[in-house]
Design a protein around this ligand. Structure first.
Ligand SMILES: [Fe+2]
Ligand SMILES: [Fe+2]
Length: 481
């Protein structure tokens, strides 16, 4: 079934061309020239997306946007605006966001951009259908392009069914790549293995602009894996890790655009699916071994352990887990506004001035996520309080005890734990032990959280059977009094 798009533009020639182009791309298009007709069309039919020129009159584009926001708040809208309107300040990304616009495209642009804008919101099936499958494989092709245009993925962890959705490269040297698979080529595991085994290739690369597709496709795979009882839990966690890390990388590089947050929600749903549905998660959480110190990997691990702790509470729910997952993915995003040299330093190695700067990152994070109306207040509060400690020794506000959101304190604990594990390159259970043994450090968390955290590492069946806490948590209780 074709996806329906509503095109609104006063210029009939442009409208005709755009319609023709989108129909060729398998969309069903309704093209109208004014705001009144647009509203009528929306009233009569459902649209996958609305693409409207800001110069629309009789009702103005602003009026139509208000109409959509009131009556169809989840409708995706893409606004096209002349550059002059932006220069004059009449149109801006913030203003459009407030009106519920998902995306702003500056006119004039090539029609192919329309497809790109729409594909960002496409379902996977449509995404796959749009890749024209080719017979055999295309020639390899050498390209010179800046390293910072590429995203890398471990060759062992790259998987695609049927056709590959985007071009895949291997790195030849600085700014030099070899395109080994073209978008639409049949995926062949043997071919990839050949590079791995014969040429000792460790990483594959794709364009940053394809990262969104990568996340979309791999998130879809992650959901399938999680549903499959025969797949070892470790593989499930690893797949989710790949999806989350690339998603976080996207958010940290392109910023929290509405479509990025939208995709974040999908990834968080998968996090929930794993946390809720996988009985053997404790095995993976006990033995997780990957000491990649990047910010993206860090944010994923904090997400994984925080949501696993929440699962232990009776009040846990889909919303709480998804909200916290989102907050965890963005918890350190404020660091992006700090001087670069601070990013790799740990607080213990900082000068007093640097430490002062570093302590601003929770508030900076909130500043970054604030404008996005899809991010709710709980997410903001978790980000703001993720370094507040139960004993009042945290920052930025030295909040204490119940003044701190429980969810924030959970993220604080998971954050400390992940640092312990990755900084010291130790097993999760060893990191847990160190946290439990630190008489002073442990006061940073509500005691009940510690109990629940210990349970994260225990077989839930065993927990139920004994209907009691594992022996080492009694030790904690004694310690914290
Ligand atoms: Fe932080
Ligand atoms: Fe952190």
């Amino acid at each position: 079934m074709a996806l329906k798009v509503l095109l609104v533009d006063p210029d009939e020639t442009w409208l005709g061309n755009a319609k023709k182009y989108l129909v060729e791309q398998m969309y069903e298009v309704n093209a109208v020239t004014n705001g009144r007709e647009a509203q009528l069309a929306l009233y009569n039919d459902k649209y996958f997306a609305v693409i409207m020129n800001f110069d629309t009159s009789n009702h103005s584009a602003a009026q139509v946007l208000k109409f959509i926001k009131t009556n169809y708040p989840s409708q995706r809208v893409i606004i096209m605006a002349r550059k002059e309107l932006l220069d004059q300040g009449e149109v801006s990304e913030e203003k459009m966001q407030k009106l519920g616009v998902a995306e702003l495209a500056i006119l004039p642009f090539e029609l192919s951009l329309l497809k790109e804008l729409l594909e960002g919101h496409q379902s996977l099936g449509d995404l796959m259908a749009n890749v024209s499958k080719k017979e055999g494989t295309s020639e390899e092709q050498e390209v010179s392009q800046n390293d910072d245009q590429f995203t890398k993925i471990k060759i062992d962890e790259f998987y695609s069914s049927q056709a590959v959705l985007f071009d895949i490269y291997i790195k030849l040297g600085t700014d030099k790549y070899l395109k080994i698979l073209h978008s639409g080529d049949a995926f062949s595991k043997e071919r990839i293995d050949k590079y791995k085994n014969e040429k000792k290739v460790e990483f594959l690369y794709f364009h940053n602009s394809d990262r969104r597709k990568f996340v979309q496709y791999n998130n879809f795979l992650a959901k399938k894996l999680i549903d499959n009882g025969a797949v070892p839990v470790y593989n499930k966690v690893n797949q989710l890790k790949n999806v989350s890390e690339k998603f976080i990388e996207e958010a940290f590089t392109v910023g929290l655009k509405p479509q990025v947050v939208e995709q974040g929600k999908e990834v968080c749903e998968t996090v929930f699916k794993l946390i809720e549905g996988e009985d053997n998660l404790y095995q993976a959480l006990r033995s997780f071994q990957n000491f990649d110190p990047t910010a993206y990997s860090h944010a994923f691990l904090v997400t994984l352990y925080s949501t696993a702790i929440i699962k232990q509470f009776e009040w846990q729910s889909k919303t709480t887990i998804e909200t916290t997952a989102m907050a965890c993915m963005f918890h350190d995003i404020g660091k992006m506004l700090l001087p670069k040299e601070l990013l790799t330093k740990r607080p213990n190695d900082m000068t007093p001035e640097e430490l002062e700067e570093y302590k601003k990152h929770p508030e900076l994070g909130v500043q970054l996520i604030e404008p996005n109306r899809a991010i709710n207040n709980s997410i903001k509060q978790i980000v703001l309080q993720h370094h507040e400690a139960y004993d009042g020794s945290g920052f930025p506000f030295q909040k204490k005890g119940n003044k701190i959101l429980t969810l924030s304190n959970i993220v604080c604990l998971a954050d400390d734990f992940v640092h312990m594990m990755v900084d010291h390159k130790i097993q999760p259970t060893e990191a847990l032990r160190k946290i439990l043994m630190d008489k002073n450090g442990i006061k940073r968390y509500n005691t009940i959280l510690i109990e629940k955290f210990i349970n994260v590492f225990v077989d839930p069946e065993k927990l139920q059977k004994e209907n009691a806490l594992p022996s080492n948590s009694r030790l904690v209780q004694k310690k914290t009094g």
